[in-house]
Design a protein around this ligand. Sequence first.
Ligand code: KG4
Ligand code: ZN
Length: 332
Amino acid sequence: MLILGIESSCDDTSVALLNCSSQGCVVVSEKTASQIDIHKKYGGVVPEIAGRAHAEKITPLIELILENQPQPDAIAVTAGPGLITGLLVGVEAARTLSYALKIPVVAVNHIEGHIYSTEIAADSKIEFPALCLVVSGGHTELILIKKPRQYKLLGATRDDAAGECFDKVAKLVDLPYPGGPQISKLGKNGNPQAIKFPRPMINDDNYNFSFAGLKTSALYWLRDHKINKKITLEDFCASLEQAIVDVLVSKTVKAVQEFRPKTIVVGGGVSANLKLRETFADALSGSNIKYPDLKYCMDNAAMIAVAGYYHTLKEDFTNWRNLKADPNWKIV
Ligand code: KG4
Ligand code: ZN
């Protein structure tokens, strides 16, 4: 079954064609137009500029991906959550294609896409019950999936997402957007114990997160201290990264102990972080932890197509007339 995936919820316009069967999904072709260079000079994503850039790219990308290919069996499009300016572009493209070519459409939740990103280019599927940590620039959520498509939100961030904390602190020390990979790169050569940053909510008896206070601690540290030879920028980055990783791992381990999942899925942009992966490997050795291929940690249309495939099997379609973007769509 051929599934056309469309993703435009943030700063990547992405289109992919996947061949899916009970054996899994294989990418036939895919192309992503990243807007990082456009937003870099503003230090973050500017929604109006993002919307315009998506509108410029979406049609050429769809044409390119569908060139010389048979007609897809279904279209899977991110309908939310995300920036409305971007979501509207993808959803309108999907509606138009559905009407013109008479192809059914599946509205996919972006978070569900990140969860299924672990099945692309992998030879194993998620086994249920599964516990998912979705960590990106917009999300930090712990989700329990008892059965396919039965999501239960265990906890989420009360303010900033983990990736947002990386990005905002990186900006404080003049590192370019997106800050997560930059902090991680510098942190590799630093001492993670150099600065004792707080681990917000780490001992709270719930699965919620909070990263805004950590960002403020970093701001105050920079106000009161100087980065110098004794405490280097590498030390600063390593210490911040360690604080974020400690909280993410600690809360996830607690949920694993309570719910005993068969698979632990870690997805979203921050799942590319090597320190996070190493710390999970130590803390949960012997567990079945799945990550996306590094290429599929960031936003991409292939993951939307995989999630869409499972909905297509259940004929969980939305008529193009009723298909709408929902920037606040909650998976649970
Ligand atoms: O999933 P994604 O592409 O977009 C959202 O849905 O938000 O994630 C982007 C986020 C950014 O905040 C970026 O700084 C972060 O993922 N990120 C990382 C790393 N690679 C990307 N954070 C920490 N370490 C990394 N290696
Ligand atoms: Zn994302």
